[in-house]
Design a protein around this ligand. Structure first.
Ligand code: SPV
Ligand code: MG
Length: 299
């Protein structure tokens, strides 16, 4: 099944589904192996794995290059965190074209201004996009897609920007009318009260997606009761790897040997397995002439 169709089905399924964050080919493959049906290509995670800020410091084509590796490494669909669409409607529709060419199943755009700021950074107001301008962007993206099942998700940042339920509903309804396939409602509260208040009012069948990074202690059963379509675990592979890399680097730096760490890290064989080295060995046996010496040390 097409990756886009797979993603559409995740959003349209009756129960609550999950997307797990990945930020490169390796983490994407690990997410797939864990059993997830889909991947969240997180802007925060991709930017920080590049060593830059989540402020559109990486260009959109650099993000596209990462996505290509992620898509090649996996069979499950990828939803790109497309920030604001990297510009106006014209940049956003070109993005759709390029994502389709790379077999990316969908993109989520948020109603903020380029260059965006991560929703959890408290460095002043986070200005929102004009509603009509953002609706035009959604329409342009939907009109551009070649594949009927390519998914455009509209993310409402009204709660993040300090507005209440009324503004959030107004925007969600407008984006739905503009053609969004699903609505992501974001909140930075430490409990799910904003999400609950929104879900109490949301009567439409358009799927609702959430990112419970800050309200992590809310039980998933509550999200299911609310009728949440999809939960995004948005940055946990990145954060786990930061922790692991800090520990291993500090230990090796201090110890000046590998005694303490060898049994705490993945084996080299596991690295080879994740790279699918076995497939290349089989392919070499099949495609290289038997007499051909692959590596001639005498040269
Ligand atoms: C991301 O993962 O980059 C997101 C989600 O946009 S958040 O960082 O929670 O805003
Ligand atoms: Mg993001």
């Amino acid at each position: 099944m097409n990756k886009s169709t797979q993603l559409k089905r995740i959003f349209q399924s009756q129960g609550t589904e999950y997307l797990m964050e990945a930020h490169n080919g390796l983490s994407a493959r690990i997410v797939e192996e864990a059993g997830f049906k889909g991947i969240w290509a997180s802007g925060l995670s991709i930017s920080s794995s590049m060593g830059v800020r989540d402020s559109n410091e990486a260009s959109w084509t650099q993000v596209l290059d990462v996505l290509e590796f992620m898509s090649d490494a996996t069979k499950i669909p990828i939803l790109l965190d497309g920030d604001t669409g990297y510009g106006n409607f014209n940049n956003a529709r070109r993005l759709v074209k390029k994502l389709e060419q790379r077999n990316i199943a969908g993109v989520c755009i948020e109603d903020k201004l380029f260059p965006k700021t991560n929703s959890f950074i408290n460095n002043g107001p986070q200005p929102l996009a004009n509603i009509d301008e953002f609706c035009g962007k959604i329409k342009a993206m939907k009109d551009t897609q070649n594949d009927d099942d390519f998914v455009v998700v509209a993310r409402v940042e009204a709660f993040i920007a300090g507005f209440g339920l009324e503004e959030t509903l107004l925007r969600a309804e407008a984006y739905e009318r503009a053609g969004a396939d699903a609505i992501l409602v974001h909140s930075k509260k430490s409990n799910a009260s904003e999400i609950q208040s929104f879900m109490n009012e949301w009567k439409s069948r358009t799927p609702i997606i959430i990112v419970p990074t800050k309200y992590y202690s809310t039980p998933t059963s509550l999200f299911k009761e609310m009728g949440i379509s999809t939960i995004i675990w948005a940055n946990h592979n990145l954060r786990a790897s930061i922790d692991a890399m800090q520990t291993i680097s500090q230990t090796i730096f201090q110890d000046e040997n590998l005694f303490a760490v060898e049994d705490t890290v993945a084996t080299v064989e596991e690295v080879f397995r994740l790279q699918q080295v076995g497939e290349l060995t089989i392919a070499e046996a099949k495609y290289l002439p038997k007499s051909h010496k692959v590596r001639d040390d005498s040269l």
